[in-house]
Design a protein around this ligand. Structure first.
Ligand SMILES: Nc1ncnc2c1ncn2[C@@H]1O[C@H](COP(=O)(O)OP(=O)(O)OP(=O)(O)O)[C@@H](O)[C@H]1O
Ligand SMILES: [Mg+2]
Length: 384
């Protein structure tokens, strides 16, 4: 296993694509693109990729904690579950070369370690991996290959600090009152979940893949309706499902599920009118280096830039609370640091900031209240 290191846009992806002997061995940051698109269950996806032995499937899946989702559609998996399925699937497609270009960032550290052990056990494989979070697994034996140039080679520049021109003076609260939720009336993903969030603070929600973090974000934003329980804003019941995105802005885990406009300018809400909202958006666009690309289709930009676009678009909407699901995906440590500074400035300005991440380094730099999602409940995080 070799790790290719380097800054954002230093040429790693071009190098990896050039050395890939056949296109199936290259996997990028969004696992959805590497699913077959024709299998209706995880089991079928694996069979399609060459897993014929039921025992082999169940051993691999249970070791990675995926045995519970065997009969689920691959498209309904959580971000990390999808990345794991993508990785396991391509183990059968090749017997020598595997390339993972930031494919593993959304996998929790326990499963990531197990996945690396599994890949290592295929001794004949030549695996090349890019992962900006790899030093969060310090015990992993690394072979660094191709130390790329320190400075980005592309026109895309680093994210810059941004002045927050808004501030919210009154403290507000959001209370989760016994929220319970299940998909298709199966297992409760959230189970009497309770918590009170306050504006002006940063919260980080951690927890294993599939524990329900993004599900909670979707309920607070109004994409999903809770099965039971209430959400209270400043003590009054609200129904986000009936007026989505009014109290909470949500930056999706996968930016491609959030982008819906044909140009970057439209996605950010840029219009010809000059007012303070437009000034705020332009300010954000400059800091995320998007101003040059207003007329471009978002999908012409690389994944790292699409992630920045959706962060900027979420912040541009200026709801009092924001939930950022894996905001530093595909961002090198320097850019992650600037995103962190931005979130700290937002909280200082009085916004409520909720970050969902598997990156312990990012959590440490935010100095937040840390919560853990486990067994459908949010609990204060204690220890490791
Ligand atoms: N539409 C759906 N239908 C059925 N099950 C679903 C659906 N969406 C998500 N799930 C399941 O619900 C569980 C919780 O998913 P969720 O996306 O909230 O997890 P998560 O904590 O965000 O995980 P990750 O760290 O991988 O992002 C997962 O096991 C997932 O497979
Ligand atoms: Mg998630």
């Amino acid at each position: 296993m070799k790790f290719v290191v380097g800054r954002n846009f230093s040429g790693k992806t071009a190098y990896l694509k050039a050395i890939a002997e056949n296109k199936h061995v290259y996997n990028g940051p969004d696992a959805t693109h590497y699913l077959s698109g024709i299998a209706s269950t995880v089991r079928d996806e694996l069979t399609l990729h060459g897993y014929r032995d039921k025992l082999e499937i169940s051993l691999i899946l249970s070791s990675l904690g995926l045995d519970l989702v065997l009969d689920q559609s691959p498209y309904t998996l959580s971000g990390g579950e999808k990345s794991l399925l993508c990785a396991i699937s391509c183990l059968k497609l090749t017997n020598k070369q595997l390339i993972f270009d930031n494919t593993f960032e959304q996998i929790d550290n326990i499963k990531k370690r197990k996945l690396f052990d599994l890949i290592k056990s295929y001794e004949s494989f030549d695996s090349q991996i890019v992962d900006y979070r790899i030093d969060e697994l310090p015990e992993l034996e690394k072979e660094i290959d191709g130390n790329f140039v320190e400075q980005p080679q592309h026109e895309f520049e680093d994210i810059k600090d941004c002045t927050i021109i808004d501030s919210i003076h009154e403290t507000s609260t959001v209370e989760l009152d016994n929220i319970t939720f299940s998909y298709n009336n199966k297992k409760n993903i959230l189970d009497n979940c309770q918590y009170v969030f306050q504006s002006g603070k940063i919260y980080c929600i951690m927890g294993l893949n599939g524990s329900g973090k993004s599900t909670l974000a979707k309920i607070l934003t109004g994409i999903l309706r809770p099965g039971s329980g209430y959400i209270l804003y400043n003590g009054k019941k609200i129904t986000p499902f009936l007026s989505p995105g009014t109290t909470f802005g949500y930056s999706f885990q996968n930016p491609d599920e959030q982008i819906f406009s044909s140009t970057i300018g439209k996605e950010l809400g840029i219009s010809g009118r000059f007012n303070d909202t437009q000034e705020y958006i332009l300010n954000l666009a400059n800091s995320f280096n998007l101003s040059k690309y207003f007329d471009q289709n978002p999908f012409e930009l690389p994944f790292a830039m699409r992630k920045r676009l959706t962060l900027a678009a979420t912040l541009a909407a200026r709801q009092p609370f924001v939930i950022l699901d894996e905001p530093t995906l595909n961002q090198d440590p320097q850019n992650a640091l600037t995103i962190g500074n931005h979130l700290k400035a937002l909280a200082t300005a009085g916004f409520g900031v909720i970050v969902i991440t598997h990156s312990s380094k990012f959590v440490n730099l935010l100095n937040p209240t840390i919560l853990r999602m486990e067994n459908g409940k949010l609990t204060d995080y204690v220890g490791n």
